[in-house]
Design a protein around this ligand. Structure first.
Ligand code: GLA
Length: 370
């Protein structure tokens, strides 16, 4: 370890993969993500002074980052994520008694659409909660992570990623109503989740994400509703003429129908109709590609190759888009032929191999028992 610390505890926060319900969480709609068995770990200890010392094994070149607990100044590197959570905790009235040392390490690729940002935010909240006995529920820890990202990192993300990382449950995905924050767990049985990383790095902050959000808000304004997903597809069809801008109309159509697809998909899952679930995943991808315009050639090739493999229920891009990963649902026996088929198709078109992860829906963030 490149930093000495008085280690008192170790915590873990998982990444997430979203099965369906994309770009609905800031439109008051439903999402259906699960926490995965890949994530970030933090070894931490309290200090006697008011310094914060942070180190990440994923960014050794950045060395130990030091901050003053009473006036932390952003430094333009990875440690701004935990610092943004510490600033948010203070803004919410949760002051830390002393400084702390925190050492991060993990197996979650960054910028791949598996929510490494949300994982480190939730991990920071959970670690400090455990270290200083802060009275935070898991749900509030997720809200604090989202607030930190919105206010201090400058990405106007929804609540999905932080919620999944904080609230995950083994072998289940979470149906979350992002408007009310009510949620239920739905067991995932009889299918394997396989993630394929295109290797194309996305940059959410690079305006497109925030732009989509603005376009949706503009569409909602023209429709006279607070949020797009408060409309059923029928209601939307009756009012869509009110939207004058073609781009805003397409964004709105995606959000309204994606919300409906998410509810239908979870109902299909409850009836154990995995084929129907997979078809809705495929439709989600087409809508993200054509109406929301957040896919890219690499993700389209991966999803298309997947759909041609026997035993694959569905395939789609997952997360914000513009690169990152696809999520694929399949019968366990299909994993091998699937791996071969998508690797071959990707290599043929782009001259490189994608990275493939077979994951399990897992528990959310918490202290690791020693
Ligand atoms: C990112 C955001 C989420 C969500 C997805 C798109 O992952 O952090 O809040 O909006 O994009 O579904």
């Amino acid at each position: 370890m490149a930093m000495e610390l008085n280690k008192e505890i170790t915590c873990f926060a998982p990444g997430r993969v979203n099965l369906i319900g994309e770009h609905t969480d800031y439109n008051g709609g439903h999402v259906f993500p699960c926490a995965i068995d890949m994530g970030i770990t933090c070894d931490a200890g309290r200090r006697t002074d008011r310094r914060l010392r942070l180190y990440s094994a994923d960014f050794p070149q950045d060395g130990v980052r030091e901050y003053d607990l009473d006036a932390p100044i952003m430094q333009g590197c990875w440690s701004d994520y935990p610092i943004s959570v510490i600033k948010t905790l203070a803004a919410f009235g949760y002051e830390l008694e002393t400084g702390a040392d925190m050492v991060f390490s993990g197996n979650l690729p960054t910028g791949a659409g598996l929510s490494s940002s949300a994982a480190i935010e939730v991990l920071t909240g959970v670690t400090l909660r455990e270290l200083f006995g802060l009275p935070l529920t898991d749900q509030l820890t997720a809200v604090i992570g989202q607030f930190a990202e919105n206010r201090f990192i400058g990405v106007n993300c929804g609540i999905m990623d932080q919620f999944a990382s904080a609230m995950g449950r083994e072998d289940c995905a979470i149906l979350l109503d992002s408007y009310t924050l009510s949620y239920e767990y739905a067991p995932l049985k009889g299918a394997d989740i396989v993630i394929v990383d295109s290797g194309v790095k996305h940059s959410l902050a690079s305006s497109e994400y925030n732009l989509r959000r603005q376009e949706c808000e503009s569409a909602a304004g023209q429709l006279g509703v607070k949020s797009l997903c408060s409309l059923t597809p029928d209601e939307f069809e009756r009012r869509r003429h009110l939207i004058t801008n073609e781009t805003c109309l397409k964004r709105a159509r995606h959000a309204v129908y994606e919300n409906q697809r998410t509810i239908s998909a979870v109902n299909a899952l409850k009836r154990n109709e995995l084929k129907a679930f997979g078809e809705l995943m495929n439709e989600s991808h087409f809508s993200l590609r054509d109406d929301y315009e957040v896919s890219c050639a690499e993700l389209d090739v991966l999803a298309d190759a997947a759909r041609h493999v026997d035993g694959v229920y569905g395939s789609r891009m997952t997360g914000g888009g513009f690169g990152g990963c696809t999520v694929n649902l399949m019968v366990p026996d299909a994993v091998q032929p699937f791996t071969e088929a998508v690797t071959k198709a990707y290599k043929k078109r782009f001259g490189k191999e994608p990275v493939i992860y077979r994951v399990k829906a897992s528990r959310g963030a918490g202290k690791i028992k020693m």
